[in-house]
Design a binder for this molecule. Structure first.
Ligand code: 5AD
Length: 328
């Protein structure tokens, strides 16, 4: 569905968002069916060379205990996750250049060698384009790189020394290399305006990403934004619903941040607003508490997720869940 600025603004401001959620739900069912697909996430290193002001992994945070899993351990854990059933593993880390492009490619090849039919999604930030090529050649299927905010000034304010332009250039190169691409943004990032949110929806409408994550801002106690208010849940849900309307069949997760902001009903509300994916943290127990992107990250397990999905009348799916976009 094509939406213009005026209509998007109305949806963001209307006192009763229920009709918007209903329309998004209906469209989700039509375009994606009743399945909610599960992805597992393995957070294999929390080292990061960037200094994003909202993120607990930022370089300047010297209160974080850092860990970096060995290559063999990453392969072993990724394989065991796949063997337990979930057929997409998202391998995520900070922007950690201690792993060379070749080393990450070797990890991907090793997992793909054992499990050629599983999908590997990488989320390892901005890297030289030759690394992206090596990852693709090693068999990586998808790449998540949130643009975080589509406003260049707000982007520059929150990402010291970085530009939106280079972020988007990475995304375009990933797409060109044949990855299914995922992007996304943070709702209620300090400094964000309603106009920025409208531009996010127009951006999705144009890009038609394979996947898109929409998360509320959650303050992290060891960052400069520690005292800023938690992102608006209502606005996050409206943005998920609008993303559904303009992208139709993009994979949209009910994000972990959404569940963190609203532990009781975050996932359920996300599904009711048109989301069709849930990510399950599968980082080994002794590392996961150090992956402090934001505070009090929500933790759950597959049986609880299954209950939420089925209570909503949907069906849980552990398959690869490839992009629903037509590839030209
Ligand atoms: N609140 C919400 N999302 C955050 N991220 C990082 N810090 C925060 C925060 N404080 C998200 C970013 C990043 C992803 C891995 O985590 O969108 O892309």
């Amino acid at each position: 569905m094509l939406l213009n600025k005026h209509t998007i603004r109305e949806y963001l401001q209307t006192p009763d968002p229920e009709p918007l959620f209903q329309a998004a739900r209906d469209l989700r069912q039509e375009a994606c069916g009743r399945t909610v697909t599960i992805r597992s996430i393995l957070e294999f290193s929390n080292f990061c060379c960037r200094d994003c002001r909202y993120c607990g992994l930022r370089l300047s945070n010297d209160r974080l205990h850092r860990y970096r899993m060995e290559k063999e351990e990453i392969v072993e854990v990724a394989c065991s996750i796949i063997e337990r059933g979930i057929q997409t593993v998202v391998m995520q880390s900070g922007d950690d250049f201690a792993y060379t492009g070749q080393e990450l490619a070797d990890i991907i090849s090793a997992v793909k060698h054992v499990h050629p039919n599983a999908a590997i999604t990488l989320s390892v930030g901005e890297r030289p384009f030759e690394d992206y090529r090596a990852f693709r050649e090693a068999g990586a299927d998808r790449y998540l790189l949130k643009h975080e905010t589509i406003n260049a000034n707000l982007y520059a304010a929150h990402h010291p020394g970085k530009t939106l332009k280079e972020r988007l250039a990475c995304l375009m190169e990933l797409k060109r290399l044949g990855f299914q691409i995922g992007t996304g943004f943070i709702v209620s990032l300090p400094g964000q305006t309603l106009e920025h949110l409208i531009d996010e929806i127009l951006f999705f409408q144009e890009l038609q990403p394979d996947m898109a994550g929409i998360s509320p801002f959650i303050p992290q106690s060891d960052t400069p934004l520690r005292n800023e208010p938690m992102g608006s849940l209502d606005m996050t849900l409206r943005m998920i619903a609008l993303a559904r309307l303009v992208t139709r069949d993009t994979h949209l997760p009910a994000t972990t941040a959404l569940a963190t902001a609203e532990p009781e009903s975050g996932y359920k509300d996300g599904l009711k607003a048109g989301a069709n994916v849930i990510m399950l943290g599968e980082t080994p127990e002794h590392y996961r508490n150090d992956y402090k992107i934001y505070d009090d990250k929500f933790r759950t397990n597959l049986p609880s997720i299954k209950r939420i999905i089925e209570a909503n009348g949907d069906v849980m799916c552990l398959d690869r869940g490839d992009s629903l976009k037509q590839k030209s």
